[in-house]
Write a protein that binds this ligand. Structure first.
Ligand code: SIN
Length: 577
């Protein structure tokens, strides 16, 4: 199969690109997804789309200022300017495609306030079913277009020839190995919440795009900034049912185990999640409370949330709702320029898989659907105009050596593995530690291996070791567990028939989709742990118990350029002064 453009992933970012590329340009466009076309993380998004469409009370400058404040000094200011300026126009285009948003009685768009926003600017659909409506409108437009749709295909790896990406190796729905070749390949594969045992993300969110990029040596940044949503329902269901931030926007209160309020409900998400983690530790409890008893017309305003509460036997009019933070959004990803081009010619990235710089160290609520719409459209326009390869804009500028622009001045990109002082090592993480062999003799053939159990083991280690608050000890523990999972997986896949060490030298993703997804989780977890270990400060979504404040010397972007050996951590960074 040979296409002009292959888009991997069918969420808001990928489909925003496909609808613009498929029909008007005459390009042969394909969209490949590992589930059904309509089954993406976007579908799960409750709130909303933040855009300055609210008349005199709002402005793109105010939206920019709120985004930069939430991003804790690491947002790329040019990327945020693009996001807020182009957002309102992309909202209009989505409405033109058929998306229906909630409106006031007079017909104006109904706007809600969420954490970190200084005014009401968040559009919703169906109360808290915004992603489902966005996905519905885009899927229907893609189905009407000329795009080829490959559903239930699982991409294993990028094909890189003569210094450019020329397609992917993939498993077709029957598990057969195929190559899908394209002049331009777009990764829109979404996030990686499945790295954690407690997440709002669906089972498909396994970090496939970031892992494939790392295996191909494509730079990836900001992985330590994994955002936890403060108000996931504390419940055995996985993914955790989300209690939208819009509830707090409408007046719901956070209460601790004693029933006391303890944090500004409308502070940015990282601040609220950290305050909750601290309060839970201090009170020795595993969850706190969201008090929505004062909200009028809950059922009419938030029908989907009301339905999931009813299913859990809770009535928000009388019950306080048990909540705890859950892994929600990967703020970092594949480094791109302002049009979504990665450092590898022929490869583009958009949406949660990308690091455009708009989120910095912590994404502002309801900026993610917006990012997918804005940068999906820009990427399509760049490809349609014949652009090939990255430009020196946005975060790419920082990667290429010229410093990236942020509100607080320029920042540098620092290599996770080599950019820190390596003189001080801490034993097991020594740079001299030899990498583990690719194949270990234990634990037998793939028939003996329960991939699902290994996945749970990794997820548990990550939530315990690299959750809302981290310490060097907890990160070491998690790294050791991830290393053990990797060794079991490698043994199993090497013992199995479908090994392909030529394409994935570190962890083999060839023994079927479940093993491939686990290999990707191992790769992403390993990189996340390395960055979290190196970054000795608390900033945005990365909190360190031993360094509870942001430190000026760490106002930099940590970049990965390859897969590190699972289970290892970089040399201990000398405290920079
Ligand atoms: C929410 O409704 O709280 C989630 C919105 C988001 O992730 O931005």
């Amino acid at each position: 199969m040979k296409l002009d453009v292959l888009v991997l992933g069918s969420g808001v970012a990928g489909l925003s690109a496909v609808v613009r590329l498929a029909t008007p340009t005459g390009l042969r466009v394909g969209v490949l997804t590992k589930a059904d076309l309509a089954q993406s993380t976007t579908r799960w998004a409750q709130g909303g789309i933040a855009a300055a469409v609210g008349g005199d009370e709002d402005s793109t400058d105010l939206h920019l200022a709120d985004t930069l404040a939430a991003g804790a000094g690491l947002c790329d200011v040019d990327a945020v300017r693009v996001l807020v300026d182009e957002g309102p126009g992309r909202v209009d285009e989505l409405i033109g495609l058929g998306a229906v948003f909630d409106r006031e009685a007079g017909g104006d768009l109904a706007l809600a306030r969420e954490g970190g926003h200084s005014t009401a600017r968040v559009l919703h659909a169906g109360g808290a079913a915004t992603g489902a409506e966005v996905e519905r409108a885009l899927v229907s437009a893609v189905r009407r277009s000329a795009a080829a749709v490959l559903e239930q295909w699982f991409a294993l790896d990028l094909i890189v020839e003569a210094g450019r990406c020329v397609g992917v190796r993939a498993l077709d729905p029957e598990g057969g190995r195929q190559e899908v070749r394209a002049t331009q390949v777009v990764l829109a594969t979404g996030g990686a919440g499945q790295v954690y045992a407690v997440t709002t993300n669906p089972p498909e969110a396994t970090g496939d795009g970031v892992a494939m990029a790392l295996r191909a040596g494509v730079p990836v940044a900001d992985l330590e900034f994994f955002q936890f949503h403060p108000t996931a329902l504390h419940h055995p269901a996985m993914p955790r049912p989300l209690l939208s931030e819009a509830l707090r926007g409408h007046g719901a209160l956070l209460r601790d185990a004693r029933g006391e309020q303890f944090v500004d409900e409308l502070a940015p998400r990282d601040v609220v999640s950290r305050a909750m983690a601290d309060r839970m530790a201090a009170q020795g409890v595993g969850y706190l409370w969201l008090d929505a008893t004062g909200l009028e017309s809950f059922g009419e305003r938030f029908p989907t949330v009301a339905a999931s509460l009813a299913a859990a036997g809770l009535d928000p009019a009388v019950d306080w709702l048990p909540i705890a933070p859950a892994a929600h959004y990967l703020s970092g990803g594949i480094v791109t320029d302002l049009d979504g081009a990665s450092a590898l010619p022929g490869l583009w990235a958009v949406g949660e898989v990308a690091c455009t710089g708009v989120h910095g160290a912590n994404r502002l609520a309801s900026n993610s659907l917006l990012e997918g719409m804005v940068f999906g459209a820009r990427l399509a326009e760049a490809i349609a105009s014949g652009r090939d390869g990255p430009e020196d804009t946005g975060v790419m500028r920082c990667l290429s050596g010229s410093a990236g622009a942020t509100a607080a001045g320029e920042i540098a990109c620092v290599d996770v593995d080599t950019g820190v002082d390596s003189e001080e090592d801490t034993g097991p993480e020594s740079p001299d530690t030899p990498p583990p062999p690719t194949v270990r003799s234990d634990p037998g053939s793939s028939a003996d291996i329960d991939v699902a159990k290994l996945r749970e083991r990794l997820q548990r280690a990550m939530i315990e070791g690299a959750g809302v608050v981290r310490s060097p000890q907890s990160l070491r523990m998690a790294a050791a567990e991830v290393g053990a999972v990797a060794r079991h997986l490698v043994s199993a896949t090497v013992a199995g028939a479908a090994t392909d060490t030529a394409t994935t030298p570190h962890i083999v993703g060839g023994a079927g989709r479940a093993a491939g997804e686990l290999a990707n989780l191992v790769t992403v977890s390993g990189a996340l742990l390395r960055a979290a270990y190196v970054r000795e400060e608390t900033r945005g979504a990365h909190a360190r118990r031993d360094f509870p404040e942001a430190r000026p010397q760490w106002r930099c972007r940590l970049v990965h350029r390859a897969v590190a050996t699972p289970g290892t951590l970089p040399p201990h960074p000398k405290t920079q002064s």
